[in-house]
Ligand binder design. Structure first.
Ligand code: ADP
Length: 819
C-alpha cells in the first residue's frame, strides 16, 4: 500500500473499488461471445446469418455478437409463443404463480451476475444496477407471481390476450424486460421480446435462467436485433398486442402501423419531466434530488427530472449548491463501486447530447459543468446544468436523454403549474416543498402519470407507471397494469379493417363504407336507402334541431341541415349538419369547462341524478320520439327507462371511482388516483340512439372530463331532444357538447384535433382504423369498436368499470414520510 491512511484522511480521495467481471467474462467465453435468439427454450442461429456487435460503453470495446433478427426469426418466435400459450394459460393462476416465484428467486440468487452484466453492457454504475435495477426486477416477478395467483378471483371475467410482442429500450434493459414480461406471463400470455440493440445481453441471460427454472419452452422468447427486428414484430399478423417502451417518434410509427388491426397497444414514450422547487423546500435535499433526477443512469431515464423549475427567491442559492455538488460527482468506470455516473450507451447518443447542449448555448443558455474532465476512453459526458433558459428553448422542450438539466424560474404556484405543463409530454414530475397542502394541491394539477413529492425516480411493481399526452398510454405495474394483458370474455370483438401494413398507412374512408351505416349517408333512417326515401310523403316536419355548444343551442357554421327519417322513409325532422368549425368551437367550449373536472365528485353525482330525473319526467315525450324513429312502443319505453337507469349508474359511480394507496416498500404513501383525461370526443353508436348516447357520453362526463359527442347519425333527434333536459339540469356550459352530422366527416376531425385528449369511436371497422391512425398525431387515447356491435342493454358490456377505466387516467403520487 503506497497510500497511507493518514493521507487518505487528508485528501478524502476514494480508492478504486472495482467489482470483478470474471464471472461474466466466463459466461461470454463459454458461448464464444456469439449469441443466437432464444426461441422455444433454446438458442437458435439467426435465419439470415447476420450478427450485431455489442459494445462496452465504458471502454468502447467489443463485448459480444448477437443475432440480427429478421422476419423469419420473428415468425419462428411468434409460432413458438402461439404453440406454448394455450398450455401456459391452462396451467392456471397458481401454477403460473409458482413459475414466476421461481424466476424471482433465481434472479435474486444471480443478482450479482446480472448487475455486472448490466453495468458492462449499458455503462451504468454498478451501484445503481446492484441497488436499484436488479432488486426491482426481482420485486416485479414476486409481485406478479401474486397477481397470477389472484387472477381468477380478482379478474374473474378476464382472459389472456394470447401472444404479446414487446419492444424495449436500452436504458434499463433488464428492468424494462421485467416490467413487460412479468405481468404478461402472469396473466397467461406468451411473449416475444426484443431487447434494444445496444443492450441485449441480460435478456439472453434471463432466458437461460427461465429455462433453468423450468418455465415451459415458448412462453418467453427473445429475438435480438435493431429497429428492423422491432418493425417485423409489430407487423407480424399473429401477434395480439404490442407493448413498447422507447421514443415518441417510434411509438408514433407503431401506433400508425397497428391502426385498424384490432391489436392492442401500450406505449411508454419520452418525457421532459418538471422538477418543481418551491421556496420553502429543504434545499440540501433538493440537491440530492437533482442528483437522483438527472444524474441517475447518466440522465438516460424517460422520466428524468430534466427541467428544474425553481422559485425565483431561491434559484441563485440552488444553482450555487448544485454547482458545488456537481464538482464532487465522480464519473468513470461503471464497475467501480465508488462511481456516481457511468458511460453513455453509444457514440450516437453522446453526439446527440453534445449537439443539443451546443444548441442550448447558441440559444442563449449559460453552461455549468464541473472543472474536472471525463475519462477519454469510452463514451462519457459530464453532469451539466443550463441556466438562463427560455421556456420555449430547444433544451427546455426536447428530451436530451443525457446528464443535462435546465433551470428556469417561477414566481407563483400557478406559474409553476403552467411551466410544468408547458410540454408535449406528461410522464412524471417531482414537487419539492415542506408544505403538504401545497404539494397535494400542485400534484393533481400537473399532467403527469407519476408525481413524486420530495423524492424522485422511485419505482415499484405495486405502483402504476405511464404517461399522459405524448408520453404514451397504458400503465405498467399495479392492478391497472394487468388490464394491458387481458381482455374481458364478454367484450364483443369486431372485424378489424385490415391486416397490418408496412407503411402503416390506412386506406380507410371512414364510416359509411359498412352496409349497416350506408343509410346514414343519405340521411335516411334505420333501414334507409332509396326505397325508403321513395315513400316519403309530406309529413309534419319538426323545426331543425341545432347543435349544443358551450351550454347553448347553436346554429351550424354553414347553416346546412339534413333530413331524419323513419324506417318507412317518412321525414320526421331535421338535424343540423355540423362541420369542422363547429367541432372546433365545441372543443374550445369543452376546454373552458375545466372546473367541471376540478370540482367535487359529489357535485357531479348530483348533477347527473338531476339530469336523469329530468329525463324521466319527459319519458313519454322521448318514447314517442323513439317510436317515430322506428321503435315499437315497448322498445321505446324500454330504451328510455334503460337510459334513465344508465345515467343513474354513472351518477352513482361519479363519487365512487376511487383510487388506492399502494403498499410500496418504502416509507411512503403512494396514492393512486384516477383523474379525468381532459377533453373527450365520443362518436356514439348508431344503434339504440338514446341509450347508446348516454352509455358512451355520460361515463367520461361523470368522471370529470368535458365531452364533445357526435350522436347517432340516423337518429340524432333522440340526442338533440336532450338539449332541453340539459338546459333544465345543472350540467355546466361546455361540459357536454353535442354536434350532429355525418360521422364519416366528424370522426376524423376529432381524431386529428390536437386539443382532444381522448376519443371513443363506436362504428365501422374502417372508421375505427382511421381514428386510430389519425390519433397518432397527438397520441390521444382511443377506444374503438372495429365494427363490433354491443348490446347496450347488457350491463356486462354496456356499463361499469371497463368504461370508467377508459374515461380516466391513473396518477400515482408518492409522498414519503419520516425524517
Ligand atoms: P431510444 O431513443 O430509447 O433508443 P427507440 O424508440 O429508438 O428509443 O428504441 C426503442 C426500441 O425500439 C429499441 O428496441 C429499438 O430497436 C426499437 N425500434 C426502433 N425502431 C423501431 C421500429 N420502427 N419498429 C419497432 N421497433 C423499433
Amino acid at each position: 500500500m503506497s497510500t497511507r491512511v493518514a493521507e487518505v484522511f487528508e485528501t478524502m480521495e476514494y480508492g478504486p473499488a472495482p467489482e470483478s467481471r470474471a464471472p461474466v467474462d466466463a459466461w461470454l467465453q463459454a458461448r464464444s461471445g456469439r449469441f443466437g435468439h432464444v426461441i422455444d427454450g433454446a438458442y437458435r442461429t439467426p435465419a439470415g446469418g447476420e450478427y450485431l456487435e455489442v459494445m462496452n460503453p465504458a471502454s468502447g470495446t467489443l463485448l459480444a455478437h448477437v443475432a440480427q433478427g429478421d422476419e423469419a426469426d420473428v415468425a419462428a418466435a411468434v409460432e413458438a409463443a402461439r404453440r406454448a400459450q394455450p398450455g401456459w394459460a391452462a396451467l392456471g393462476g397458481h401454477a403460473r404463480a409458482r413459475h414466476l416465484y421461481a424466476i424471482a428467486r433465481r434472479i435474486q440468487k444471480q443478482a450479482r451476475f446480472f448487475s455486472v452484466l448490466e453495468s458492462l453492457d449499458n455503462g451504468k454504475p454498478i451501484r445503481e444496477a446492484r441497488d436499484i435495477d436488479i432488486p426491482l426486477v426481482a420485486r416485479h416477478f414476486y409481485h406478479h407471481a401474486g397477481w397470477a395467483q389472484l387472477m381468477e378471483s380478482e379478474l374473474p371475467d378476464a382472459e389472456p390476450l394470447g401472444v404479446v410482442g414487446q419492444i424495449i429500450p436500452w436504458n434499463f434493459p433488464l428492468l424494462m424486460l421485467a416490467w413487460k414480461i412479468a405481468p404478461a406471463i402472469a396473466m397467461g400470455n406468451a411473449v416475444v421480446l426484443k431487447p434494444a440493440e445496444y443492450t441485449p445481453l441480460t435478456a439472453l441471460y434471463f432466458a437461460e435462467l427461465c429455462a433453468e427454472a423450468g418455465l415451459p419452452p415458448g412462453v418467453v422468447n427473445i429475438v435480438t436485433g435493431d429497429g428492423r427486428t422491432g418493425a417485423a414484430l409489430v407487423e407480424h399478423p399473429d401477434v395480439d398486442k404490442i407493448a413498447f417502451t422507447g421514443s415518441t417518434e417510434v411509438g408514433r410509427i407503431i401506433r400508425r402501423a397497428l391502426a385498424g388491426t384490432g391489436k392492442r397497444l401500450s406505449l411508454e414514450l419520452g418525457g421532459k419531466s418538471p422538477f418543481v422547487v418551491f421556496d420553502d423546500a429543504d434545499l440540501d435535499s433538493v440537491v440530492e434530488g437533482v442528483v437522483d433526477a438527472i444524474w441517475f443512469n447518466q440522465g438516460q431515464v424517460c422520466c428524468a427530472g430534466s427541467r428544474i423549475l425553481a422559485h425565483e427567491g431561491i434559484a441563485d442559492r440552488l444553482v450555487g449548491k448544485l454547482r458545488a455538488r456537481m464538482e464532487k460527482l465522480r464519473v468513470g468506470d461503471p464497475l467501480d463501486k465508488g462511481v456516481d455516473i457511468g458511460a453513455i450507451v453509444a457514440p450516437v447518443q453522446l453526439e446527440r447530447i453534445r449537439s443539443l447542449v451546443e444548441t442550448g448555448e447558441a440559444e442563449g443558455a449559460t453552461l455549468w459543468q464541473p472543472s474536472w474532465s471525463c475519462p477519454t476512453e469510452g463514451w462519457f459526458y459530464p453532469p451539466t446544468l443550463l441556466t438562463d433558459v427560455a421556456p420555449a428553448a430547444t433544451v427546455a422542450q426536447v428530451e436530451i436523454f443525457g446528464p443535462v438539466v435546465v433551470l428556469m424560474t417561477f414566481r407563483t404556484p400557478d406559474e409553476a403549474v403552467e411551466l410544468a405543463n408547458n410540454t408535449r409530454y406528461g410522464l412524471a414530475a417531482s414537487v419539492w416543498t415542506e408544505s403538504v397542502n401545497l404539494a397535494l394541491d400542485i400534484a393533481p394539477r400537473i399532467k403527469a402519470g407519476t408525481v413524486w413529492v420530495n423524492c424522485t425516480n422511485v419505482f415499484d411493481a405495486a405502483s402504476e407507471f405511464g404517461g399522459y399526452r405524448e408520453s404514451g398510454f397504458g400503465r405498467e405495474g399495479g392492478r391497472e397494469g394487468l388490464w394491458e394483458y387481458v381482455r374481458s370474455i364478454h367484450e364483443p370483438r369486431g372485424e378489424p379493417a385490415r391486416a397490418v401494413t408496412r407503411d402503416g398507412a390506412s386506406d380507410a374512408a371512414g364510416d359509411g363504407a359498412k352496409p349497416d351505416e350506408a343509410g346514414a349517408r343519405t340521411g335516411s333512417a334505420f333501414d334507409g336507402g332509396p326505397a325508403g326515401r321513395a315513400k316519403a310523403g309530406p309529413p309534419p316536419i319538426d323545426r331543425t334541431a341545432k347543435l349544443y355548444i358551450g351550454g347553448k343551442q347553436a346554429r351550424p357554421d354553414q347553416g346546412y341541415s339534413f333530413d331524419v327519417r323513419a324506417p318507412d322513409g317518412t321525414v320526421v325532422g331535421q338535424a343540423s349538419r355540423g362541420n369542422r368549425k363547429d367541432l372546433r368551437n365545441a372543443v374550445e367550449a369543452a376546454h373552458r369547462a375545466v372546473d367541471w373536472g376540478r370540482g367535487i365528485a359529489h357535485t357531479r353525482a348530483q348533477v347527473l341524478y338531476y339530469l336523469a330525473e329530468n329525463l324521466h319526467a319527459r319519458a313519454d315525450e322521448f318514447a314517442r320520439r323513439l317510436q317515430r324513429l322506428g321503435a315499437t312502443e315497448a322498445e321505446a319505453a324500454r330504451e328510455v327507462d334503460a337510459s334513465v337507469r344508465r345515467i343513474f349508474t354513472y351518477a352513482a359511480w361519479a363519487d365512487k371511482w376511487d383510487g388506492a394507496v399502494h403498499h410500496t416498500p418504502f416509507r411512503n404513501v403512494t396514492i393512486a388516483m384516477p383523474e379525468p383525461i381532459g377533453v373527450f370526443g365520443v362518436v356514439c353508436p348508431e344503434e339504440a340512439p338514446l341509450l347508446g348516447f348516454v352509455s358512451t357520453a355520460i361515463p367520461p362526463l361523470a368522471l370529470g372530463n368535458s365531452v364533445v359527442a357526435v350522436p347517432s347519425e340516423r337518429a340524432p333527434l333522440a340526442a338533440t331532444d336532450l338539449y332541453q333536459v340539459l338546459e333544465t339540469s345543472d350540467v355546466p356550459a361546455g361540459a357536454l357538447n353535442i354536434v350532429t352530422g355525418p360521422r364519416a366527416e366528424l370522426a376524423p376531425v376529432l381524431a386529428d384535433h390536437d386539443d382532444v385528449d381522448a376519443l371513443w369511436y363506436f362504428g365501422s371497422a374502417r372508421g375505427s382504423a382511421e381514428v386510430e391512425e389519425k390519433s397518432a398525431a397527438n397520441m390521444k387515447r382511443t377506444w374503438v369498436s372495429h365494427g363490433a356491435r354491443r348490446d347496450w342493454y347488457d350491463a356486462r358490456v354496456a356499463e361499469g368499470p371497463s368504461f370508467l377505466r377508459r374515461a380516466t387516467e391513473l396518477k400515482n403520487i408518492w409522498v414519503p414520510y419520516g425524517e
